[in-house]
Ligand binder design. Structure first.
Ligand code: ATP
Ligand code: HSE
Length: 312
């Protein structure tokens, strides 16, 4: 094979109470990566579209190619050469798993170009290295769902233990991205290292409730469990109008609403597409009343993850 074009989706990490351990993928948007094999060894970034010239062109510093370098090294391949084009279809520092979508599309495309020496699940540690390049932390709650699809749980980081759980068929996500930027690195830096026993107990109850609610298709339990007493109170101060937007979503039928990843995007879960759309409209309107432009995506939970769009 000489050419591969691959897609990987945006993701919602944390899902309220599950900091660094819960995430799910949505259907659109997502990043697209193209790779062309070439005769000389070495990876070259040929083009990046949609980043306004802001992303690193050095292959080691860009998540999309950094993961390819890690994969080739692991496989002991030293004489391989290719050119890479990245189509960025989501904003940087968005909380939509922008760096993760690039990393997953990159590692999946490279694995395909090499005739799939590794199974999809085995690509996860390499995709996580893309997150380390982007934010200094190799968290898996964006790359896990972008790679595997579905609602993903990271039970343990060491050893890595990651799996998907079923979700109700009529569960929709509304993702609203206000036109501001927050870097994951900064949003992690402001978190406290210590958590009180009281908050730990609340959070554990909600984590267990959310998993059970999703698996039992119990919408009320999902709703009661979408509470984050540890991270959201600290990070929400970085998002203008957070409390108003959240309240508007809840008042209009959302099961729950919180920060997507490290923000500034906010997500809500709703039962049925009509509810999810209505929730999106009020969230957007509430941002807009404060003079903040935003974009909205309404989607089922993406069960498929990445796609090979073309190969030859
Ligand atoms: N291919 C890439 N796509 C996006 N960001 C990248 C990429 N490669 C490197 N980066 C760097 O990663 C940083 C953005 O990553 P960050 O994790 O903050 O944003 P995000 O992926 O949108 O957020 P989140 O993980 O909260 O959803 C930027 O500083 C950017 O320069
Ligand atoms: N779990 C990570 C996700 C970043 O998108 C964080 O919240 O920092």
């Amino acid at each position: 094979m000489n050419y591969i074009k691959a897609f990987a989706p945006a993701t919602v990490a944390n899902v309220s109470c599950g900091f660094d351990i819960f995430g799910f993928a949505i259907e659109e948007p997502g990043d697209v990566v193209e790779i062309w094999r070439r005769d000389e060894p070495g990876i070259i970034i040929k083009d990046i579209f949609g980043d306004e010239g802001r992303l690193p062109r050095n292959p080691e510093k860009n998540a999309v190619t950094g993961v390819m370098i890690h994969l080739l090294k692991h496989l002991g391949i030293t004489n391989f050469g290719c050119e890479v084009a990245l189509h960025k279809n989501m904003p940087l520092g968005s909380g939509m798993g922008s760096s993760a979508a690039s990393a997953v599309a990159g590692v999946v495309a490279m694995n395909e170009l090499l005739d799939c020496p590794l199974a999809r699940t085995e690509l996860l540690p390499f995709a996580m290295e893309g997150e380390r390049i982007a934010s200094g932390s190799a968290h898996a709650d964006n790359v896990g769902p972008a790679l595997l699809g579905g609602f993903v749980i990271i039970r343990s980081y060491s050893p890595l233990d990651v799996f998907s759980i079923p979700v109700p068929k009529d569960l929709y996500c509304t993702l609203v991205h206000p036109d501001i930027e927050i870097n994951t690195k900064d949003a992690r830096y402001i978190l406290r290292d210590e958590v009180s026993l009281k908050n730990t107990i609340s959070q554990m109850g909600n984590v267990a409730g959310l998993v059970a609610g999703l698996m039992k298709e119990d919408y009320d339990l999902i709703s009661r469990s979408m509470v984050d007493v540890i991270i959201e109170p600290v990070r929400s101060i970085l998002i203008p109008e957070f409390n108003k937007v959240k309240q508007a979503a809840l008042d209009h039928g959302a099961l729950g609403c919180s920060i997507s990843g490290s923000g500034p995007s906010m997500f809500a879960l709703s039962r049925g597409i009509e509810n999810a759309k209505k929730v999106g409209e009020v969230m957007k309107r509430t941002f807009s009343e404060a003079g903040i432009e935003s974009s909205t995506h309404v989607s089922l939970i993406n069960q498929g993850g990445p796609l090979i769009m073309e190969k030859n």
